[in-house]
Design a protein around this ligand. Structure first.
Ligand code: PLP
Length: 455
């Protein structure tokens, strides 16, 4: 996901500049190891966000590099029209095995956006194969992010993107995400979440259940909702609503999956949720190669295969090199027991962040699960108002972090409507000592920014 509304293409520049803020230039990356990166001037940075929540097993993992070299020396690419490849089989088997008995197949693609597209097309072909040809609508939440391609943008809850791209896509209806920080007066977190679920039910009824294919959402919020975790009752409610209307429930676990929240899928935290499909990306290959997946049960795949097969695929889908690397990444995640570490060091970080929040006037909320956390910034805790726009709060904090050698990943929702936050999503390899350093640099960056605000 592009990190800020300051995303820009620099006129006349041969390279795409994603974040420049007021800094004028970005440091140039030289090398990285574990949770650290160094720029070409030799300056060292601690990565508090795993880039855009991707480098789950840290940088420069020797076993992964060895697997990469070995596969590259054997074959990087072979046409899937002619050849099966063993790394593809190995990876699909591994992902399905880790995801548990609800899933039987893994369809491999190259990015999270491609996984969203594939999940939507699987849902559509499944409906057509069952004779439910009227089902075309995919519901999603507002705000949300499910990818940059047009199908994925259509289910993304982002009015800025809608305003530009509406003429070239069919924007899908959205229902509210169950935020718990700013609640309607006198309403509990649970009541609000159940009201959001009720709005899904109403939206399906208004749209006509016979027209609705699927509902897509992140079970634990990534950048779009900043570590949003709904109360347990929400997950059961949305499952029951989808079942009642024959609507498929798709969990986008591009950020929350692959161990980040302490279980392989974050869906595992809510056994009642039972998504029909799950998308994975980012942490599955942890930035070593592009790789993503859609996990599906046989009951979706079989009618599609019987009706002639899945009408989808990309040149790079399931290529041997990416698959072999992802197998090594997942093996490393298991060998180092990173899901336990995500729970253990994640809880330690959460406690540390809450202590920093207690000392700070501008941290309104700290939330998340495992090592998928976010810190929400406010002008003051009582009103929960936004920091005035001229201070460029989360963008400025990102810049201060860079100066302090701390890499952050930040989001201001469109017009600030749902708030703004800083993700705290370090590599799952983070040790307690590295967590202390992260907390120290984070506290320093917050107090540097507070001093700037006071000037
Ligand atoms: N879904 C979610 C929840 C994401 O956070 C992202 C990317 O940030 C995507 C989908 C799209 O993934 P990609 O950027 O690999 O296309």
């Amino acid at each position: 996901m592009s990190s800020t509304s300051e995303t820009a293409l620099k006129p006349g520049s041969p390279i795409q500049v994603f974040y420049s803020g007021n800094r004028g230039h970005l440091p140039t990356i030289d090398r990285a190891k574990g949770v650290y990166l160094w720029d070409t001037t030799g300056k060292k940075y601690l990565d508090a966000s795993s880039g855009p929540v991707i480098t789950n097993i840290g940088h420069g993992n020797e076993r992964v590099l060895q697997a990469m070299n070995e596969q590259a020396a054997k074959v990087c690419y072979a046409s899937r029209a002619v050849f099966e490849n063993q790394p593809n089989r190995n990876l699909a088997k591994k992902l399905v095995g880790l995801a548990g008995p609800s899933f039987d197949q893994a369809f491999l693609v190259g990015s999270g956006s491609e996984a969203t597209e594939a999940a939507i097309k699987l849902a559509r072909q499944y409906a057509v194969a069952k004779g439910e040809v009227q089902r075309t609508i995919v519901l999603a939440r507002n705000p949300s992010y499910h990818g940059a391609t047009l199908g994925a943008a259509a289910v993304t809850g982002d009015p800025q993107s809608d305003a530009v791209f509406e003429p070239v896509m069919r924007i899908m209806p959205k229902v509210p995400a169950p935020f718990s920080y700013r609640l309607p007066e006198g309403v509990s977190v649970e009541e609000h979440a159940l009201d959001c679920a009720k709005q899904l039910d109403q939206q399906i009824t208004e749209t006509g259940a016979e027209n609705v294919l699927a509902f897509i959402m992140e079970p634990v919020g990534g950048l779009a909702t900043g570590g949003l975790v709904a109360p347990d009752c929400y997950y059961k409610a949305i499952r029951d609503i989808c079942t009642k209307h024959g609507v498929l429930l798709i969990f986008d676990e591009v950020m929350s999956g692959a161990g980040r929240t302490g279980t392989f899928l974050s869906a595992e935290h809510w056994p009642d949720a039972r998504p029909d499909m799950v998308t994975l990306a980012k942490g599955v290959a942890a930035g070593y190669t592009p790789l993503a997946a859609v996990l599906t049960p046989n009951y979706i795949v079989e009618p599609i295969v019987a009706s002639g097969g899945f009408l989808h695929g990309h040149t790079y889908s399931a290529n041997p090199l990416s698959c072999a690397v992802a197998v090594a990444v997942v093996d490393e995640m298991l060998r180092m027991d990173l899901m336990s570490n995500a729970r253990d060091v994640g809880a330690y970080l959460m406690e540390g962040l809450r202590k920093i929040a207690d000392q700070s006037a501008i941290i309104g909320d700290v939330r998340g699960k495992g090592m998928l956390m976010a810190v929400e910034l406010v002008a003051d805790k009582a009103s929960k108002a936004l920091i005035p726009a001229e201070h460029r709060a989360v963008y400025r904090l990102l810049e201060i972090g860079i100066d302090n050698g701390l890499l952050l990943y930040t989001r201001k929702t469109a017009g600030g409507k749902f708030g703004e936050w800083v993700m705290v999503t370090p590599p799952l390899t983070l040790t307690h000592e590295e967590a202390d350093e992260l907390l120290h640099l984070f506290a320093k960056s917050i107090s540097d920014f507070e001093r700037e605000l006071a000037d």
